[in-house]
Design a protein around this ligand. Structure first.
Ligand code: FMN
Ligand code: SF4
Length: 370
């Protein structure tokens, strides 16, 4: 083998070592470093039960050898349903369908793991529950009683997820939904023990975490998805995100996934748009595994993130277009086909790629847009 070929060969070995080594999140063994970030399917029945198409969707993701699949957000109580066609984990009648999804993933024998993301939509939900009344927005300020009920509902939902066989749960504390609304001053104008200082604003998230942990026990994997900040807006800073992540690590959180403001960007100056702040967070949380999401598209950027700080790389839209993207990367593909156009939000039956253009013929800019 001549020396150039040997260098190429070595760099390919390095790629597989960086992205395809197994790792652990708490007691959960994950076969590689790819995570499918939670992706709402927009396909549930009006009562929150799933339709059969969910099974194909999740079977294909598992067959694609994604290490960890995070299912689209599930509402923990009726009043927290964030949008139409969202699936629930609030009632016993939701559980049969969810168990079928878990089984379909576990039966593919690719070692993919699946966890449930549990959520309350806050101001975006049918009840419009929010930390405070907000000018120009329809919102219902939460009472102490409301807060206690939501905390308990998160705990019940996490326990149900454990009982039906999910490999873990992720608490959704990002993207302007209820838990994040309490963290940011953009939404939280309270001056009681659930607002004000960072300690006050984080009281709700920490109480939910403690309740979930007390229900599922110390060895069941619990993750949190958190915004890195409100940048370029103000209300929650990177310094505050670091503080929250540090405290969650001390409390025994198993892993954190870092997202941010306006997460589904159609245009971005560079890939991996939350990576700078995600790295700052990683430097403060010791050994707790961290995943970063947001615009990760090409293998060399993904590898760089992994090399520099990230334990896992989370991807959403590219897996809608190519559920087998992990396999394709392993076989030498360098760049995901997804062009971040967001047309998939309008899929008629269940989340799917609606961009019919042949991406190999499109000239992509640096930012992945066309
Ligand atoms: C159709 C769609 C549905 C989504 N649903 C969820 C969700 O249920 N929970 C969540 O935390 N994020 C959700 N997101 C955000 C993604 O998880 C991810 O943070 C975002 O798309 C950025 O990653 P990407 O550039 O790889 O797509 C959704 C994104 C899309 C495009
Ligand atoms: S519709 Fe657009 S954003 Fe959605 S998966 Fe297809 S290319 Fe990606």
């Amino acid at each position: 083998m001549n020396s150039i070929l040997r260098i190429i060969d070595l760099s390919e070995t390095l790629i597989s070592r960086i992205m395809f080594t197994p790792a652990e999140i708490g007691s959960m063994k994950i076969s590689n470093r790819f995570i499918r970030s939670a992706t709402a399917e927009f396909a549930a029945n009006p009562d929150g039960t799933i339709i059969p198409e969910y099974l194909d969707l999740y079977s294909n993701l598992a067959l694609g050898e994604i290490g960890l699949i995070i299912q689209g957000h599930l509402y923990i109580m009726d009043e927290g349903k964030a949008h139409k066609k969202m699936a629930g984990i609030a009632h016993d009648y939701h559980l049969d369908g969810l168990k079928q999804i878990v089984d379909v993933v576990h039966n593919t024998q690719t070692e993919s793991k699946i966890i449930a993301q549990i959520n309350h939509g806050g101001i975006h939900s049918v009840s419009k529950k929010a930390p405070s009344i907000l000018e120009g927005k329809e919102a219902q300020a939460m009472t102490e009683n409301d807060i206690e009920t939501v905390i308990k509902s998160f705990g019940k939902a996490a326990l149900k997820a454990k009982q039906i066989g999910y490999d873990g749960v992720q608490i959704h504390a990002a993207h302007d939904y209820l838990l994040y609304e309490f963290l940011t001053k953009r939404f939280n104008h309270r001056n009681d023990s659930w607002g004000g200082s960072l300690e006050g604003r984080a009281h709700f998230l920490f109480s939910v975490y403690d309740e979930v942990r007390s229900k599922v026990g110390s060895t069941f994997p619990v993750l949190v998805k958190l915004n890195n900040s409100d940048e370029p807006k103000q209300g929650f800073s990177i310094t505050e995100a670091v503080e929250i992540a540090k405290i969650l690590a001390e409390k025994g959180l198993d892993a954190i996934e870092i997202s941010g403001y306006r997460t589904v960007r159609t245009k971005f100056e560079s890939e991996a748009y939350f990576s700078k702040n995600a790295q700052i967070i990683k430097e403060s949380i010791g050994d707790m595994p961290l995943a970063v999401v947001g615009g990760n598209r090409s293998l060399n950027v993904i590898e760089k993130l992994r090399h520099e700080f990230a334990d896992f790389i989370s991807i959403c839209r590219p897996f809608i277009r190519e559920p087998d993207l992990v396999q394709r990367f392993r076989e030498g593909k360098k760049q995901a086909d997804c062009i971040s156009c967001n047309k998939c939000f309008k899929a008629p039956v269940i989340i799917s790629c609606l961009d019919k253009r042949d991406s190999s013929t499109l000239e992509k800019k640096e930012d992945g847009s066309v």
